[in-house]
Design a protein around this ligand. Structure first.
Ligand SMILES: C[C@H](O)[C@@H](O)CC(=O)C(=O)O
Ligand SMILES: [Mg+2]
Length: 442
């Protein structure tokens, strides 16, 4: 890395997209989501910039923006070299501050803000190195990689030595796997055909419109008869051999989840996603055990707020698919911890994506997982949702239902300036117009 790069400024914006108008993103619990981000830009004295974000829904964004502002004092004035020279210490500085941790610790709004800030730092680092983030990770020495992880609270499940061992063992075949990814890409599945607010007609059109072999995730949980009808329709359209999953977004109690999903078992879903409260580890374990004889696994993680929760889910055999989220966990640092734990417990990582920018970011993490950690594609795929990519400078590229590895330096977090300006809430012209014409609530 060239000379010292001091971070001299951090800016954060509230950027919202009125997706609820067309029911994009709707599910059994979030019926009117306006997909949004707290968008962070850090600037250095040498003219470099790093971009970070965390995904939110509408009104929640203003709270996250406040939390990012509160964290900015930890970043501004520091050099990039000082931060990444001991990234574990910097992660701890952000997550362990004696006053700020009281509103977490490492969960909720403050962890979302931590993710946004650290995502900007990782983006800056990758840009300064001139590499896409996945390549920065893949090329990094195993010892350096583990030095970015805070192992506090997880050493009973994964020690630093074990993590190192996993990374060292996976060095074998790394070059071939990198070539394979550059050639074929990483398998994706899509949720965007079956949001809960879509009519049956729209659902049919969305399925027909997507070409190639795709695995589909269908929203369920609001009304059993609707779910039966929609799952039947999707199953008929995709045929008996294509993979189907269902996602309840935390709608049920534990027993209710088991009964409800048993009624949908005839459609042969691979998994039920977020059947109950994301915090109910033992509940997930009960559901997993009950659904195993039906061949249905439990997937969760998009609202799993830290590595400690994932640790317990893994220890309790409470999930069969780990759904990391690039903006819910504490950035790359905490995602590395979860990816390595999942590997140790032999549970596949199938990331959550979609929202605003989540596909752009998470493709870096899943490429790293395959090339440098798991070395397996069995039962693995990464979510893809076809909304809002046009607002990013390095948007996702999909070929044959697979993510193509990005080549631009950074973490693909940079948004188009015009998009940020037009969708900024409430002053952007899109919101000004909506409020004047429809009184749109957000
Ligand atoms: C509110 C979001 O759209 C949520 O439904 C996304 C989700 O559960 C998923 O992509 O999976
Ligand atoms: Mg989901």
């Amino acid at each position: 890395m060239a000379g010292a790069t001091t971070i001299v400024q951090l800016r954060v914006s509230d950027v919202r997209f009125p997706t609820s108008l067309e029911q994009h993103g709707s599910d059994a619990m979030h019926t009117e989501p306006d997909y949004s981000v707290a968008y962070v830009v850090i600037e250095t004295d040498g003219g470099h910039e790093g971009y970070g974000l965390t995904f939110t829904l509408g009104k929640g964004t203003e709270v996250v923006v406040c939390a990012v502002e509160a964290l900015s004092a930890f970043v501004v004035g520091r050099t990039l070299q000082e931060i990444v020279g001991d990234f574990r210490a910097f992660y701890r500085l952000l997550t362990s501050d004696g006053q700020m941790r009281w509103i977490g610790p490492e969960k909720g709004v403050i962890q979302l803000a931590t993710a946004a800030v650290l995502n900007a730092v990782w983006d800056l680092w990758a840009r300064v190195e001139g590499k896409p983030l996945w390549k920065l990770l893949v090329d990094m020495e195993p010892r350096k990689l583990v030095s970015c992880i805070d192992f506090r609270y997880i050493t009973d499940a994964l020690t630093e030595e074990e993590a190192l061992d996993i990374l060292v063992k996976a060095q074998e075949g790394k070059c071939q796997r990198e070539e394979e990814m550059l050639r074929d890409g990483y398998p994706a599945y899509t949720t965007s055909c079956a949001w809960i607010g879509y009519s049956d007609q729209q659902l049919k059109e969305e399925i027909t419109a997507v070409s190639g072999v795709w695995t589909r995730n269908v929203k369920v949980g609001a009304d059993l008869q609707d779910d039966v009808r929609r799952c039947r329709l999707v199953r008929q359209m995709i045929g008996p051999d294509n993979t189907l999953m269902i996602d309840a977004n935390q709608r049920w109690d534990v027993q209710e989840a088991i009964t409800w999903v048993s009624h949908l078992a005839e459609f042969k879903p691979l998994w039920i996603e977020e059947p109950t409260s994301p915090d109910d580890i033992l509940g997930h374990a009960v559901i997993s055990k009950a659904l195993a004889p039906l061949g249905i696994g439990v997937a969760t993680g998009e609202q799993c707020h830290n590595r400690v929760m994932f640790k317990q889910l893994l220890q309790a055999s409470a999930l069969q698919f780990v759904q990391i989220d690039s903006c819910r966990l504490g950035s790359v640092n905490e995602n590395l911890a979860v990816i390595l734990m999942a590997c140790k417990f032999h549970v596949p990582v199938c990331p959550h994506a979609g929202g605003v920018g989540l596909c752009e970011l998470v493709r870096h993490l899943i490429l790293f997982d395959y090339i440098s950690v798991s070395a397996s594609l069995q039962n693995r795929m990464c979510e893809y949702v076809d909304h809002l990519h046009e607002h990013f400078k390095s948007p996702v590229v999909i070929r044959n239902a697979c993510y193509v590895p990005p080549k631009d330096p950074g973490y693909s977090t940079e948004m188009r300036e015009e998009s940020v300006r037009r969708y900024q809430y409430p002053q952007g012209e899109v919101w000004q117009t909506l409020q004047a014409t429809r009184g749109h609530r957000t």
